[in-house]
Write a protein that binds this ligand. Structure first.
Ligand SMILES: Cc1ncc(COP(=O)(O)O)c(C=O)c1O
Length: 393
């Protein structure tokens, strides 16, 4: 075999999302863009906000000396100062640049965190439905994954963490607002999980960390706020990026924030900076670190997502689908009218509606819609959603 058995096994089970995305590209080439309703990938169609273009222009036309050189592995001090200032302001804790590491997106951030915290065979506990890449991120560092289920409405079940966390558990990794469900975990549930983490850390004499994956933090709908975990759970670390809130997923810019109430924050930061280097990232892209420095307080424009959410939630419920309205993000996770989600997704595909089976996210019987597209795609896909539903009921 020309490649390792390990990567070969991963290639076999490699993400449903990519498979469906590739199927979409093939169908579009065959039938034309307008005939295909592609809800497979969380790749926003919106352009980055004007502020991004303005600031980039400035940085390119008038770069500071040595703008493209290597730098400390944690990132530029001026950017980390700005991120720390933003966090100190929003959650009232004494963040400084020492708590911040700039990373190659949230994906890079999560790999750095796992590399820095987990020994081989340590466990990462995650809650289903989950972002499928977590499985691969954990296996990159020989960590294993333990999955706990959420309730019918995708809320956390604290007792499930009580049962799942054992002597090998190093990380509890949660994602809110959630991909694929849109759930935003409330303060009370996070506090309960935090209390369990605290008591398990004491019981096993080894810290368990709550790692929050929050690239959708600024993408919330009316009346919803995402609780700041730092004040709720002392052993917390946040991984995030500007892939979704500034529509910059291809530029790979994100950061890690180590909660100031952790013990030994300097040691954690030092380990993560080294992990950033030896994973080959070295440092996050320099130009986009400079860009991100000036845009920490920019809110996210939710107009298109709100319209898409309304079109789809109302449209799907009218047809008969059971679907939760999301608190944040740009995903819906409706229940299939039949138990076999892979079969139902194939049925939707006959109507050129491309979605991803729930099995890929750890919950069969559902499917994921990524609605970061033009509203007309949502409107025009509804007849296909109806025909597939009616032919299965
Ligand atoms: C929940 C979640 N975490 C992490 C990522 C990775 O984000 P990034 O592109 O910033 O690496 C994504 C991307 O879709 C995501 O949905």
């Amino acid at each position: 075999m020309p490649v390792s058995e390990n990567i070969s096994a991963i290639m076999e089970k490699s993400s449903w999302i990519r498979k469906m995305f590739e199927e979409g590209a093939r169908l579009k080439a065959e039938l034309g863009e307008d005939a295909v309703f592609d809800f497979t990938l969380g790749n926003p169609v919106m352009e980055p906000p004007d502020e991004v273009r303005e600031r980039l222009k400035q940085l390119v036309l008038d770069p500071p000396p040595g703008a493209s050189r290597y730098m400390p592995n944690a990132g530029l001090k001026e950017t980390r100062d700005k991120v720390a200032g933003h966090l100190a302001q929003s959650c009232g804790l004494p963040f400084t640049a020492e708590h911040i590491l700039m990373t190659v997106g949230a994906g890079g951030a999560l790999n750095v965190i796992i590399k820095a915290l987990a020994d081989p065979d340590d466990e990462v506990v995650i809650a289903a439905p989950f972002f499928a890449e977590y499985m691969f991120y954990a296996s990159n560092h020989q960590a294993t994954v333990k999955v706990v289920q959420t309730d019918e409405r995708f809320g956390l079940i604290p007792e499930a963490f009580e049962e799942a966390i054992g002597p090998k558990t190093r990380i509890v990794l949660l994602n809110s607002p959630n991909n694929p469900t849109g759930a935003v975990y409330p303060e009370q549930a996070l506090r309960q999980v935090g209390d369990i983490i605290e008591s398990k850390s004491a019981q096993y004499g080894r810290p368990v960390y709550l790692v929050m994956d929050e690239p959708y933090r600024k993408l919330t709908y009316e009346g919803v706020t995402v609780p700041d975990v730092f004040g709720l759970v002392p052993r917390s670390i946040v991984a995030t990026s500007h892939s979704k809130d500034l529509n910059l997923p291809g530029e790979r810019i994100g950061y890690i924030a180590i909660g100031p109430e952790n013990e030994q924050t300097a040691k954690l930061a030092e380990a993560m900076a080294l992990a950033n280097r030896i994973l080959g990232f070295v440092n996050a892209p320099a130009l986009f670190q400079r860009l991100a420095a000036g845009l920490q307080d920019l809110p996210c424009d939710m107009a298109v997502y709100t319209k898409n959410r309304d079109t789809l939630v109302h449209g799907l419920r009218d047809i008969g689908y059971r679907v939760e309205s999301p608190g944040g993000g740009f995903y819906l996770f409706p229940k299939c009218p039949i138990a076999d989600d892979v079969k139902f997704v194939a049925e939707l595909r006959k109507h050129n509606v491309l979605v991803v089976p729930g099995a890929g996210f750890g919950r069969a019987g559902y499917f994921r819609i990524a609605f970061c597209c033009d509203n007309s795609v949502c409107e025009r896909a509804l007849p296909g959603f109806r025909e597939a539903y009616e032919s299965n009921c």
